[in-house]
Design a protein around this ligand. Structure first.
Ligand SMILES: Cc1ncc(C[n+]2csc(CCOP(=O)(O)OP(=O)(O)O)c2C)c(N)n1
Length: 571
């Protein structure tokens, strides 16, 4: 027999979540949240998950929302529990991922008077939240309707603007009273057309024409994509744009679009260029889309050699990453390009595509040269992080879903041309290392393909509670590159020149074997390239448990090899 909370406010939260098609709810334990826990666990439309550690719960939910592209709700008890959501809230805020935070609270008169497990919960995410609703703990017609309004506004905001929202819900005791039927009208199915909330309008064509004219009169056009969901329409549109020889398209590993004429290893191409090259290759127009940019080199290049026009295409957000943003097209890239490309065809049937222009050719010549150098260097490289990445990407199966942790892991990935069937994601909203594993596990739960998570050791051990999770799929794979600390701090300029390197690198002798035993992972290890290859031979095969391969690399060699690599590209 199903049970529902007797509490009317809890019923209203539950039914509005259902009305807006929220299906996944991640609950952390506590008593104050009992009315919501009981409601979500019992409702047939809800998949309720239980995760104890709120930081992990929030990143797990973030991973689920990243892949489903629909809001995932989080439920926690009162007190410090809520504060553990903050890193994931900030990541969701900067990565545009919808999360609905449902924190439960004591009634207002019990705050700051010495009652237990009580803190000031209202507006705690003030700086990184799209909407905050502080509900009222009275059961009157007016307060019920005010609460309902706030709940709806919050959920709609998460759906429409894609980001985190916070609803703080005070519950008075009793907390465990239940009923068999929901009092408030029960939405058995979603009554709200969620798609209509985010219906978007097209751009004014006369207005767009002005920009098209600028586009056509420019001979050096660069399109730069940040983090982006795989999308067939966008891929087709970019394929069309690259036929114009005055256009070069820069992508990142997390852009999830591929073409042999795109430049997808930005750092490899830009790093060796001298000032004269950079001046020559500076674009007149820069068109950006997608989320955060990983490549430091491209940021530096475009900040120092600013294009005359920088247009960003995104329905809601435009960040002035290169300090020269001149226009924000508030529209999705797909809709923008369908209008823009149509306009080009009708207005400029003959000369819309520039053929005798060297801009793209010059970039691609550099790209080809670097490719050769890259291969030469890697053919003789010694065992190191760099070599491990080459080995991993050499034999990686097609159609995998790849989650990548921060630090040098994502930067190494950016040096390789990945197989175009891979989908790649990384928490670049805040570039934090504290929730990469939890995010990968949450994303894997939703994604239909096998998920492989590549991580560094500091990130992995930091988020080791991520493995305390009952929803890890058996085909989930972790490749842990253990260079005994934060390898990045040996590479970036600064830490090594001080007498405090160990406070940056945080060297250690940890390994993951005990964690694997404790959390039910099959554990494999490799100490050299032959062992890496041999372990990877069967690593992705079906299994009854998730697997982790720990690869130990030499921390004093890794940075020298990488430095040598960039020097070799220059030579
Ligand atoms: C929450 C958080 N704390 C600190 C940092 C700063 N930080 C960036 S990279 C890094 C070390 C990561 O080491 P590891 O995961 O082993 O990767 P490697 O550098 O060896 O590739 C740290 C501490 C951060 N990004 N996020």
């Amino acid at each position: 027999m199903q049970q529902y909370p007797k509490n009317k406010l809890a019923q209203s939260i539950l039914q509005n979540c259902i009305a807006y098609n929220i299906e996944n709810v991640v609950i952390s334990p506590g008593s104050r949240n009992a009315p919501l826990t009981i409601g979500f666990v019992n409702h047939p439309n809800i998949n309720a998950k239980s995760i104890v550690d709120e930081r992990c719960a929030a990143f797990f939910a973030l991973g689920m929302a990243q892949q489903s592209q629909k809001p995932v709700a989080l439920v926690c008890t009162s007190g410090s529990a809520l504060l553990n959501y903050y890193p994931a809230v900030a990541e969701a805020f900067y990565s545009n991922i919808p999360l609905v935070i449902l924190s439960t609270d004591r009634p207002k008169h019990l705050i700051d008077i010495g009652d237990g497990q009580t803190i000031r919960q209202e507006n705690v995410f003030e700086n990184h939240i799209l909407f905050q609703a502080n509900l009222i703990d009275k059961n009157t017609i007016e307060s019920n309707s005010a609460n309902e309004k706030l709940i709806i506004q919050a959920i709609q905001m998460a759906i429409e603007k894609k980001g985190p929202v916070h609803i703080n819900i005070p519950f008075d005791e009793p907390l465990y009273e239940t009923v068999y039927e929901l009092d408030v009208l029960d939405f058995k199915e979603s009554k709200i057309n969620v798609d209509s909330i985010s219906k978007e309008a097209t751009l004014n064509l006369d207005e767009l024409q002005k920009y098209a004219d600028i586009w056509h009169s420019s001979s050096k056009k660069m399109i730069l994509l940040g983090a982006n969901y795989p999308d067939e329409l966008l891929q087709t549109q970019l394929n069309k744009l690259i036929t114009d020889e005055s256009v070069i398209i820069f992508t990142e590993t997390t852009s999830n679009v591929y073409h042999k004429k795109f430049i997808n290893s930005i750092d490899k191409v830009i790093f060796p260029l001298n000032e004269a090259n950079l001046k020559e290759l500076k674009p007149d127009i820069l068109l950006t889309l997608g989320g955060m940019i990983v490549s430091k080199k491209v940021k530096q290049f475009l900040r120092e050699h600013q294009p005359k026009h920088h247009w960003h295409i995104d329905r809601y957000h435009a960040r002035n990453t290169f300090h020269c943003l001149s226009h924000h097209f508030k529209i999705s890239p797909q809709l923008f390009f369908s209008q823009f490309l149509m306009l080009n065809l009708t207005q400029f049937p003959l000369n819309s595509i520039q053929k005798n222009n060297n801009y793209q050719r010059n970039w691609l010549t550099i790209k080809n040269k670097r490719e050769k150098k890259h291969n030469n260097y890697l053919s003789e490289v010694e065992f190191s992080d760099l070599q491990v990445f080459e080995t991993i990407f050499d034999g990686i199966p097609k159609h995998l879903h790849l989650q990548v942790s921060n630090s040098s892991i994502i930067r190494y990935c950016q040096l390789f041309d990945l197989n175009n069937s891979l989908q790649v994601f990384c928490n670049r909203g805040t570039s934090g290392i504290e929730g990469c594993t939890s995010t990968a596990i949450g994303a894997a739960f939703i994604h239909h393909s096998q998920t492989v998570f590549i991580t560094g050791d500091v990130s992995f051990f930091y988020d080791s509670n991520a493995l305390w999770n009952n929803y890890i799929k058996n085909d989930f794979r972790v490749i842990l590159i253990n260079n005994s600390g934060g390898g990045i701090f040996r590479f970036i300029p600064g830490p090594k020149s001080t007498n405090a390197l160990e406070y940056f690198e945080t060297p250690h002798h940890l390994n993951a074997s005990h964690l694997c035993k404790m959390f039910g992972f099959e554990y494999f290890l490799a100490n050299n390239n032959t062992e890496v290859k041999s372990q990877l031979n069967t690593f992705y095969d079906r299994s009854n448990k998730p697997k982790l391969l720990e690869i130990f690399t030499p921390n004093t060699v890794n940075d020298e090899v990488l430095r040598g690599y960039f020097q070799f590209l220059k030579s």
